[in-house]
Ligand binder design. Structure first.
Ligand SMILES: C[S@@+](CC[C@H](N)C(=O)[O-])C[C@H]1O[C@@H](n2cnc3c(N)ncnc32)[C@H](O)[C@@H]1O
Length: 296
């Protein structure tokens, strides 16, 4: 009896907390939307008029304010060579801005069919329908692996669910999220105004042992790397001497680090990874030397 009552109270308590969380997110989104949405923004057309805060499959609809849209796309350094995917596209405004203001191609994935159709009409009205597609689909089912930039305005748990898929994308893919982070994957940059945003670059998977050819005249050079997301540490073995690599910085598929050679000169290395292969160049005061490597 007691344990049944205990289970019941636990269930009631967790339902209560779940409800409070949902209500807080709704209020948070609403406050944020109100604070930053432009008053002149046209919510819908004669065919479909969405309501701010209306429910969506996994998250409600609140549009990102114009200023933050620009800031997000600027932070991701979007340009004509990019293919931007907005996951949960709403009325298409991020995809449209990516094409209209930054010259990119863009795809918005939106679950609500009326909203997706509105987004496509908005793209036509903005004169960018040749570069923007707003498709009806589920962000957890559609393939967005070809994106060079991914934009998000979802929820923390949805970002977290998408994280493994995003981390498998091509190294160097840029990701920018309105309001919500990615758990313990620290952002590479943050946006503070006009609202909070987070920016990441998908890191290459570089952990392991790498053999570098023609790096050092004293024999094989071995680079041992450990990694958590974009943070890398490790050591380099030249001949018989092993030393930690200095100031390692991984940006997408490129790792920069320094080490000291046998004459105590500081040398800088740039290594570009491509799956199990690497190409590099080493800079010293007098020369630039190229070399290649492979994962052992
Ligand atoms: C907070 S709004 C963001 C809209 C737009 N990205 C922006 O920033 O202005 C989230 C959107 O995601 C859509 N959505 C919710 N769950 C989805 C899912 N599983 N797949 C695709 N879209 C979804 C909602 O209908 C809503 O339009």
């Amino acid at each position: 009896m007691n344990s049944q009552f205990g289970l019941y109270s636990l269930w009631a308590y967790s339902s209560f907390i779940y409800m409070i969380k949902k209500i807080s997110f709704f209020l948070f989104f609403l406050a944020l939307g109100n604070a930053i949405a432009q008053p002149s923004y046209n919510f819908g057309d004669e065919k479909y008029r969405p309501n701010m805060g209306q429910s969506g499959k996994d998250v409600i609809w609140i549009p990102t304010g114009n200023e933050l849209v620009t800031q997000m796309l600027k932070t991701a350094n979007v340009g004509p060579a990019d293919l931007v995917y907005d996951l949960g596209a709403g009325d298409g405004k991020i995809a449209i801005a990516a094409a209209k203001d930054f010259g990119a191609r863009a795809v918005g994935i939106e679950y609500n069919a009326d909203m997706a159709a509105l987004g496509q009409r908005n793209a036509e009205r903005a004169g960018v329908a040749n570069r923007v597609k707003i498709i009806q689909g589920d962000i957890f089912k559609e393939d967005f692996s070809m994106a060079t930039v991914v934009t998000l305005y979802l929820l923390p748990e949805l970002n977290f669910q998408l994280r493994p898929t995003i981390l498998k994308m091509k190294p160097g893919t840029r990701v920018v999220s309105h309001a919500f982070d990615m758990g313990d994957w620290q952002p590479d940059a943050e946006i503070d105004t006009p609202a909070r945003g987070y920016f990441w670059v998908v890191p290459a998977n570089v952990a392991g042992e790498w053999v570098l050819n023609s790096f050092d005249s004293q024999g094989a050079t071995v680079l041992n790397l450990s990694q958590k997301f974009q943070y890398v540490g490790g050591n380099i073995t030249l001949g018989k001497k092993t030393q930690p690599i200095l100031n390692p910085k991984l940006m997408g598929d490129t790792l920069l680090f320094s080490y000291t050679d046998n004459d105590n000169n500081l040398r800088s290395v740039r290594l570009k990874f491509d799956d199990a292969k690497a190409k590099g160049e080493e800079n010293s005061t007098y020369m630039v030397r190229e070399f290649s490597g492979f994962r052992r």
